[in-house]
Design a protein around this ligand. Structure first.
Ligand code: PLP
Length: 385
């Protein structure tokens, strides 16, 4: 038995890839001057930022000027949602989203509600999928914005955003998608997707933390949230994170290149894990199993088990996993996503998210650990009644 830790929390964050760090390194020192300076050092930094923008635009199939760099996914979501709603407030004050959006979206919507916007949060079915007919019905003449995530961070469900975006745009509403979990895994061709704005975050695809991007389709009106020196064509002021954007470009290129092969491999490992767990443990529900979902993410609900205790037991056994989402600063409050899937909401839910480095041996090990850990949780639950 190996003492090595097993990391199955790639949906929370991924380790920085060695190639990415190598490309970032010079920009932490002599390459990382201010891109706004007119001297040669500044121009070199500017060239690095411009090139990062072009490289990311090539993967998103958009114009470089449609990419706005941000300090991560949360900021990109806030910029799109608050920025688009405020820019359109003379036309209407209604926004549609889903009940299973990330807090970066839900709490931005809460802020809009405090400004007088009317927010409709659509329910999802038991697999976490939004019904396109219900979405269409929710759009009103005063709907200015709709926001539906590309893939969910807790259960991995992939939403039908092509269809939803088409409907929203036909009705004159801006369509935003939070693609933070999808980036590096699913196709990010913004023209094929037909969306207006799309948020990504580098640390989810083996890039650095604290850097992200928002794609903003030409002619989409957004009010800036951050005011200052007018960087990013006035849409996001602040001296650019040169090393960060260079790292993000490299990370996205690497992820995009390896995407099909990695997805195939992780899908097989995920299926193996779920097959072993469901064969050896009774009363397990594999969430979103029957629908399109992210290949490396498995969400399983165990009846009669407390998720937090199971996580601690796994951690002690050397496995880093998560209950639902890890994004709320380590909190383990009840998940709004699980609450939205009525059928799945009983029991403790474990999120195991695989990554590039995950091996079949690790999956075998976790599958062999879980039956006894779940059994002792269930025995404990019975004893404490
Ligand atoms: N949106 C989703 C779906 C996420 O999973 C996350 C992060 O966990 C975010 C937004 C926030 O991104 P960041 O951590 O870069 O602020």
């Amino acid at each position: 038995m190996s003492d090595a830790r097993i990391y199955l929390d790639h949906a929370a964050t991924t380790p920085l890839a060695a190639d990415v760090l190598e490309e970032m390194q010079p920009y932490f020192s002599h390459g990382g001057y201010n891109p706004g300076s007119i001297h040669a050092e500044g121009r070199r930094a500017r060239a690095a930022v411009d090139s990062a923008r072009e490289r990311i635009a090539a993967i998103l199939h958009c114009k470089p000027k449609e990419i706005v760099f941000t300090a991560g996914g949360t900021e990109a979501d806030n910029m799109a949602i608050i920025g688009a709603a405020r820019a359109a407030r003379q036309r209407g004050r209604h926004v549609v989203a889903t009940a299973i959006e990330h807090h970066a979206v839900l709490h931005a919507l809460r802020a809009l509600r405090d400004e007088g916007f009317d927010i409709t949060l659509l329910p999802v079915d038991q697999d976490g999928v939004v019904d396109p007919a219900r979405f269409a019905e929710a759009l009103r003449d005063d709907t200015v914005l709709a926001s539906v995530m590309y893939a969910n961070n807790e259960i991995g469900t992939i939403e039908p955003i092509v269809q939803l975006a088409r409907t929203a745009r036909e009705r004159g509403a801006v369509f935003h998608t939070d693609a933070v979990q999808a980036a590096g895994i699913l196709d990010l061709d913004v023209t094929a997707l037909g969306i207006d704005t799309l948020a990504i975050s580098a640390h989810k695809f083996y890039g650095p933390k604290g850097v992200g991007a928002l794609y903003v389709r030409d002619a989409t009106r957004l009010e800036p949230l951050i005011h200052g020196g007018g960087q990013e064509r006035g849409r996001r002021s602040g001296t650019e994170n040169v090393a960060g954007v260079v790292g993000m470009a490299r990370a996205l290129e690497l992820a995009d290149r390896a995407r099909d092969a990695v997805n195939e491999r992780l899908g097989r490992l995920r299926d193996l894990l779920e097959a072993k767990v469901t064969a050896s443990i009774a009363h397990v529900r594999v969430n979103a199993k029957g629908v399109a979902r992210l290949p490396g993410l498995s969400s399983m609900s165990f009846a009669g088990v407390d998720a937090e205790s199971l996580l601690i037991a796994l951690d002690l056994a050397g496995v880093a996993a998560s209950a639902g989402s890890a994004c709320a600063a380590g909190s383990l409050e009840a998940s709004h996503v699980m609450a939205a899937l009525s059928e799945a909401s009983q029991g403790g839910t474990l999120r195991l998210s695989l990554g590039r480095g995950t091996t079949p041996e690790e999956i075998e090990r976790v599958a062999s650990l879980l039956p006894s850990l779940v059994a002792s949780q269930r025995e404990g639950a019975v004893l404490s009644v």
